[in-house]
Design a protein around this ligand. Sequence first.
Ligand SMILES: *[C@@H]1O[C@H](CO)[C@@H](O)[C@H](O)[C@H]1NC(C)=O
Ligand SMILES: *[C@@H]1O[C@H](CO)[C@@H](O)[C@H](O)[C@H]1NC(C)=O
Ligand SMILES: *[C@@H]1O[C@H](CO)[C@@H](O)[C@H](O)[C@H]1NC(C)=O
Ligand SMILES: *[C@@H]1O[C@H](CO)[C@@H](O)[C@H](O)[C@H]1NC(C)=O
Length: 617
Amino acid sequence: MKTSLFVVALLLGLSTALRPGDLACRKKSTRHIPTVHKTHLTAAPLPANFVWNNVNGVNYLTNLRNQHIPQYCGSCWAHASTSALSDRIKIARKAQWPDVNISPQVVISCSLNDDGCHGGDGLSAFEFMHNNNITDETCSIYQARGHDNGIECAPINVCKNCKPDGTPCFIPEEYRVFGVEEYGNVTGEAAMMQEIYQRGPIACAIAVPDSLESYTGGIYFDQSGDQNLVHEISVVGFGVENGTKYWHVRNSWGTHWGESGFFRVVRGVNNIGIESDCAWATPKDTWTNPQWHKTTDEEQSDPRNNKYNFNEANKPQDSFLDKQRGTCKRVPKNQFKLGQKRPEQMAWETLDVSALPANWDWRNINGTSYVSWSRNQHIPIYCGSCWAHGTTSALADRFNILLKDHNPTPVGLNPQVMVNCLAGGDCGGGDPSGVYDYAYQYGIPDSSCEQYVARDLDKPQCQPIDICRDCRGPPPAEGQSGIENCWAVTNYKRYYASNYYSVSGADQMKAELYKNGPIACGIDATDGLEAYMGGIYSEYSDYPMINHEISVVGYGFDEATQTEYWVGRNSWGTYWGENGFFRIKMHSDNLGIENDCIAALPSFKPSQAETVFTQYM
Ligand SMILES: *[C@@H]1O[C@H](CO)[C@@H](O)[C@H](O)[C@H]1NC(C)=O
Ligand SMILES: *[C@@H]1O[C@H](CO)[C@@H](O)[C@H](O)[C@H]1NC(C)=O
Ligand SMILES: *[C@@H]1O[C@H](CO)[C@@H](O)[C@H](O)[C@H]1NC(C)=O
Ligand SMILES: *[C@@H]1O[C@H](CO)[C@@H](O)[C@H](O)[C@H]1NC(C)=O
């Protein structure tokens, strides 16, 4: 990474390489000192090693992001604080489905005591989330632009939805909201350890010496004495290795940096200033009685929305497909380019389906949720990428199962790369099977490699920079792309499929779900399904017209109505259905969900085919 930064700097003729840390994404607010709400913690006995990604085998950490994509933004402070809050919500909810990813975008647009992409302060972000409701990322996806460079605090930027017909984007009628109960600051090794152990991750300011930029692993120990607090991270644990005490830290520079996006730094000597200025916050309980915000007419008609309701880019061109409702124009038939790559035995050939459990739901297997977080393919503008979402979700869930949920952070695979590289199609629709062809041939990067922008690539073929990227400052001004400060990352982890194949019919689906995990299925997205708000859905249709792709994550049996059903995951945000998921009747009246499914087996090793195919890349 250091070398690539240096080369980029040379090419651009800069005298010194600019690094994210140099740009002070962390700035103490001078305009405002937040009121501190303080709960007194009594000292508890502490274990020697404690990290929230593995507490008695349970991973309480949420998604790990890269703040610098699709273009540079000095939003470390918003990432450190929203990650810590998301983790604490997961802790409070005992890691049960669903993960809530609090939106850093709302913070950089709306926390006006901070400077958006030009820097801010985690404590001030917590104050903002105390005084205002905050939404999840399926309402407001990260766009790496704040009120300072293009995305202001309009109501539509707090929660948004866009339709396939090209009509202006709008605010959903109702959406889930979250918030901060109490918040405060904490300094010093002992108090930080108590806060982390008793309540969860905290956000801390740090210095960024050159050697931290080029960190690749181990326990970091800066010898330069740098205490210039220009960056903010979240501390998620502590430990001792070979007699050296360290902090376990989550960064927001992508999983390709450091130890899967994390680093460890010596503890107890205020190295890089990490023990000098931290902030904590407790989440409001907005889940025991879910808090829904009802959009007001004033919010919906706020003139500030007009700058952000643009939805022309992916207006469907095809008049036949135009008529398909709620659709992403998913190509009806799965046609694997390379043919199926079936394992020696299929799940349904080895299992007695009648002997399977009546309920099997990967959101809760023996108390553990293996499903990745919910997404929304329709923001920031409409994009018909269901074919990339249903498939990458199902495969990501299978990696979480393969790793027994013991990966450093939950795995999410990248739908934007599938759109960029035309794996199965683009924002105008596509064939889901192309995603598994791609996983087999090249491997799919995780979500921190490319930000989902819901747009087609502006060139005919994807380049390495469209598969995994990083960017450096300064933050581009409004109207400027900042792409000249971005480069391709090549050392990213690739998530492969060793096999992939078609699945259809209730018996095959059940066996496949039980043995291997979630699958991707076509469905007819009717007006009725669009309007679904919960319960076990059913709708009769003579000839379901498959125009949408979702993932099926389980099945169950409802005692009250004696009905067997599927548990599906959609990609229409958490304000749709049951937190973005749905249940639908099994065997009949289910919009063709059993007709055309595909599945892939996860693997970290390239298939033999890769050597053949890479030469054509
Ligand atoms: C919290 O911040 C205030 C203002 O900067 C400071 O005076 C105080 O000492 C800090 N408290 C702790 C526990 O760090
Ligand atoms: C601790 O010691 C082991 C064995 O020598 C070594 O493999 C490991 O890398 C060391 N850990 C650190 C953080 O230096
Ligand atoms: C948050 O939203 C809830 C539900 O709409 C509302 O009752 C509450 O007043 C809001 N709180 C703030 C601080 O805006
Ligand atoms: C769930 O728990 C049961 C009983 O402890 C065990 O037999 C089974 O293997 C577990 N299933 C999974 C998928 O972990």
